[in-house]
Write a protein that binds this ligand. Structure first.
Ligand code: PLP
Length: 447
């Protein structure tokens, strides 16, 4: 499909419809929508149907689960499904090693454990992320250093990472937020320059690519999540990818009580471990779903590109920018900024409400993580005071400012990955809804 041509047709249709000269089915549809009032003001919904539901369940999934059940081998130490899944994921991602674990958080936690992150160590993380990125650092009594957000891309502002590096920095942990790659050239360059390992939080980004390579395989390691909302899911679950054999071994041992399967008495480094094993049920379900996963990845990618071509024509709507190195986004989220100045100063909450009324589910996304009480209370945590001292924790609080992120958190709008599994018409209706809302923003503001 030629997206440019398509977009012109769509915009053209809109303006023809606006003159009242529209003929033919699509024009009439567009005409009705553009002339219609927003649903919140009593007009018809721009998107009257449902977006695809999530998760999707097909016969092969049922068969795979039943097979695992009947095998009576339910744990990875007994069965083969987890190992088969790891092999399949290795092939799909190009990683030399893949380790299934119990969640995305477990994957990151295993990486921290294998690197022996502990009290006194600092880990650099973006502030615009899910709290798990932060939690795995704090669970090890490491000090998380927040880096502000590039509001154009929603990703970590890679140009601000270097000033957060100290002699204590043991890991740089970028997040590919929304499933779109962070600026990996800059980040990998810093890792090399300062000899600091890069742990990619690719929990939202399975199959996303940077210059043709799957994210999660470019740093020392990358974590993927299979939690319910994620693009590939087994309810809970996760995986670690790496090309480093020694590291892969350390991760296996950490997630398996510090022990290697071949000989339970054979203890390897690291000196700590726990049980974070994935079950055979999860492994078999993931394996079955992987048959259709690459096709879904392309479906989201194509719909997202189409949606971007439509939305960027609307004043005040700024879809998240992809960096030049991005050859594929997983689009776990479709994110854009809403500039209320182009909508007669109607606040974002009203915009979100109006969109929901049009039949388009959406949210304002993350809050300001660095300002949450859960996070700021760390400065008073008795263990942190013991390890780092009061002055260091006060300094930590004082450095804890991310003004770009503050602004982004006020402007962000998210659509979920499942919406991108819809049709091109679904994408057009999203754009129509926003056009309509913008046209009537003065009335909506008062309503
Ligand atoms: C989902 C997610 C995680 C954690 O994954 P779980 O499987 O829920 O533990 C970590 N980081 C990011 C950015 C995530 O979106």
């Amino acid at each position: 499909m030629n997206e440019k041509l398509d977009r012109r047709n769509f915009i053209g249709t809109l303006s023809i419809a606006g003159t009242g000269l529209a003929i033919g089915i699509p024009q009439v549809t567009f005409g009705r929508i553009t002339d219609a009032k927003p649903a919140l003001l009593g007009g018809p919904k721009a998107h009257p149907t449902n977006f695809p539901a999530w998760p999707i369940v097909k016969k092969p999934d049922e068969n795979a689960l039943l097979e695992a059940l009947r095998s009576k081998k339910w744990g990875r130490l007994n069965g083969k499904a987890v190992a088969n899944f790891e092999d399949a994921y290795k092939n799909m991602s190009g990683a030399k090693h893949c380790l299934g674990v119990s969640s995305g958080t477990s994957a990151l936690y295993t990486a921290m454990g294998a690197l022996d992150i502990g009290p006194g160590d600092e880990v650099i993380i973006p502030v615009y992320t899910f709290v798990a990125t932060y939690n795995v650092v704090v669970l090890n009594y490491g000090l998380p250093r927040f880096v502000d957000t590039d509001i154009e891309s929603f990703q970590i502002d890679a140009n601000q990472i270097e000033k957060a590096i100290t002699p204590q920095t043991k890991v740089i942990m970028p997040v590919h937020i929304g499933g779109s790659p962070a600026d990996l050239d800059t980040i990998l360059g810093l890792g090399n320059k300062h000899n600091i390992p890069i742990v990619e939080d690719a929990c939202q980004a399975p199959m996303a690519e940077w210059q043709g390579k799957k994210v999660g395989t470019l740093g020392l390691t990358g974590a993927i999540s299979f939690q319910s909302s994620k693009n590939l899911t087994s309810g809970e679950g996760g995986a670690l990818l790496t090309n480093d054999e020694k590291f892969a071994e350390s991760c296996y041992n950490f997630h398996n009580q510090g022990r290697h399967t071949s000989d339970p008495n054979d203890l390897y480094a690291p000196t700590r471990g726990t049980n974070l094993r994935l079950t055979e049920f999860q492994g078999s379900l993931l394996l079955a779903q992987m048959e259709r996963f690459p096709q879904q990845v392309n479906h989201r990618w194509e719909n997202a590109a189409y949606l971007t071509s439509l939305l960027k024509e609307i004043p005040g709507i700024h879809p998240a920018k992809l960096y030049e190195g991005v050859t594929k986004s997983a689009y776990h989220l479709y994110m854009f900024r809403y500039d209320k100045r182009e909508f007669q100063d109607m606040d974002r909450n009203k915009f979100l409400k109006a969109l929901v009324a049009e039949g388009i589910p959406c949210s304002g996304g993350y809050g300001t993580l660095n300002k949450e009480k859960y996070v700021t209370d760390l400065a008073k945590n008795k263990h942190y005071l013991k390890v780092y001292g009061e002055k260091a924790m006060n300094d930590w609080m004082e450095q804890n400012h991310c003004p770009q992120n503050d602004q982004l958190c006020e402007e962000a709008v998210w659509f979920s990955q499942t919406m991108l599994l819809g049709t091109r018409q679904d994408m057009e209706q999203i754009a129509q809804a926003i056009h309509k809302i913008r046209k009537y923003s003065g009335d909506l503001k008062k309503a």
